[in-house]
Design a protein around this ligand. Structure first.
Ligand SMILES: *Cc1c(COP(=O)(O)O)cnc(C)c1O
Length: 393
């Protein structure tokens, strides 16, 4: 057999060794608490499940769905975008359903990138921002997100030979893994940058609904000029505890949506009708459910940050996302620290470098475990670090 080299060019899966260690510990009876994966621990809202159950009985949903999705789904999205962000969208031309945000991120790369092109991908960042452009045959320029810039990219630092070949920019605020947020002023600078360099923007707003301390995340599309340069990707996964359902949407520039609509029937056949009915119910009947989830995450955040602060690991409480992004103690690389926490506390945290090289020196805690487990994990981390005198308190 002769394989294409696409898979070889994907970044190595840094979590692999950690994962092997986790399974070994579990097999030997150690109860490992996982705060690694970004997957909500709570169930999908009841109304959503019940709407999907009704819809699954209807034969119309047993046939191929249409890629463009149900009219009612697109209408529900348009209403939600108006209610939540005051963004008015044409539900025929400016909204398109997706099989989860990840699907959108991958297939948007195909629309824009060819061999020789460069994709600007935040580092640290959600791994598909790197793998999608590689699979599309292009190169990736890791766009550093640094703490001193509030984890916003500095476009002035991009070398001009990179800019000359750059064709696509992924952004994501509220940000995974750093928890950083964007301002309207920043989005204005993005639009200016995109226009003057002829670069398309994909803004991933998967965490728009999980926020704390009264902060409300904004939409890229509410910034003047955004519709000219890009699209925004939304997901029901995180806000409504629907990661298993695979449903979301993209909205924005009609030409991008039109091209996407051309591409998609060549790849899949759309979203199962019953799942679309669940999504409609989430947007119409469970619109405020993410507020309730945000309250839960906020409590967990405060508890975990208190423990970390007591241990001398200082973290600024994030205003959005269920993620705590913190510096590893002096002398520890991301991987060494994640290993230490696993071995001494049986708690899984994500090493920062698994999100790109600029994540080195950090670790991420996903607040996605039952409250009791969060308390237990915090206690275990505290004990482990104190006993090992990792931290000089
Ligand atoms: C979880 C996540 C997504 C998308 O999840 P889907 O389940 O594919 O909708 C997209 N972007 C980021 C940054 C995420 O963390």
């Amino acid at each position: 057999m002769k394989f294409s080299d696409r898979i070889d060019r994907l970044p190595p899966f840094l979590f692999a060794e950690l994962r092997r260690k986790i399974s070994k510990m579990k097999v030997s009876g150690i109860d490992v608490i996982s705060l690694g994966a970004g997957d909500p621990d709570q169930p999908t809202p009841r109304q959503v499940i019940s709407s999907a159950c009704d819809a699954i009985q209807q034969p119309i949903n047993h046939q191929y769905p249409e890629n463009i999705g149900k009219f009612e789904f697109r209408e529900a999205v348009a209403e939600f975008m108006k209610y939540r962000f005051n963004v008015e969208l044409n539900s025929e031309k400016e909204i398109y359903p997706v099989l989860g945000g990840k699907e959108a991120i991958h297939h948007l790369a195909i629309l824009f990138l060819m061999e020789g092109d460069i994709c600007l991908s935040p580092s640290p960042g959600y791994p598909p921002y790197r793998s999608a452009p590689i699979l599309a045959g292009s190169k990736v320029y890791p766009l550093p997100l640094e703490e001193k810039n509030n984890f916003l990219p500095d476009f002035l630092e991009i070398p001009s030979d990179v800019l000359n070949n750059a064709n696509l920019l992924y952004l994501n605020y509220p940000n995974n893994p750093t928890g950083a947020i964007a301002t309207e002023e920043f989005f204005l600078s993005v639009i200016q940058f995109a226009k003057s360099n002829n670069i398309a923007v994909v803004h991933d707003n998967s965490y728009s609904e999980i926020s704390f301390d009264g902060y409300k995340p904004i939409s890229f599309l509410q910034t003047k000029g955004a519709m000219d340069v890009g699209v925004e990707v939304f997901s029901l996964s995180k806000g409504w505890n629907m990661t298993g359902w695979r449903v979301g949407w993209m909205a924005g520039n009609p030409e991008i949506i039109e091209r996407y609509a051309h591409l998609k029937p060549n790849i899949d056949s759309g979203i199962f009708g019953a799942i679309q009915s669940g999504a409609i119910s989430a947007l119409n009947e469970a619109r405020d459910f993410p507020k309730h989830m945000s309250e839960i995450y906020q409590k967990r955040r405060d508890l975990m940050i208190k423990t970390l602060t007591n241990l001398g690991i200082s973290v600024k409480p994030q205003l959005a996302t269920p993620f705590i992004w913190a510096k590893t103690p002096k002398g520890y690389s991301s991987m060494e620290f994640a290993n230490l926490i696993l071995e001494k506390a049986a708690v899984v945290v994500s090493p920062g470098n698994s999100f790109g090289k600029h994540g080195e020196g950090y670790f991420r805690i996903a607040l996605m475990a039952d409250d009791k487990l969060i308390v237990e994990a915090a206690l275990r981390i505290e004990d482990a670090l104190k006993v090992n005198s990792i931290i000089s308190i």
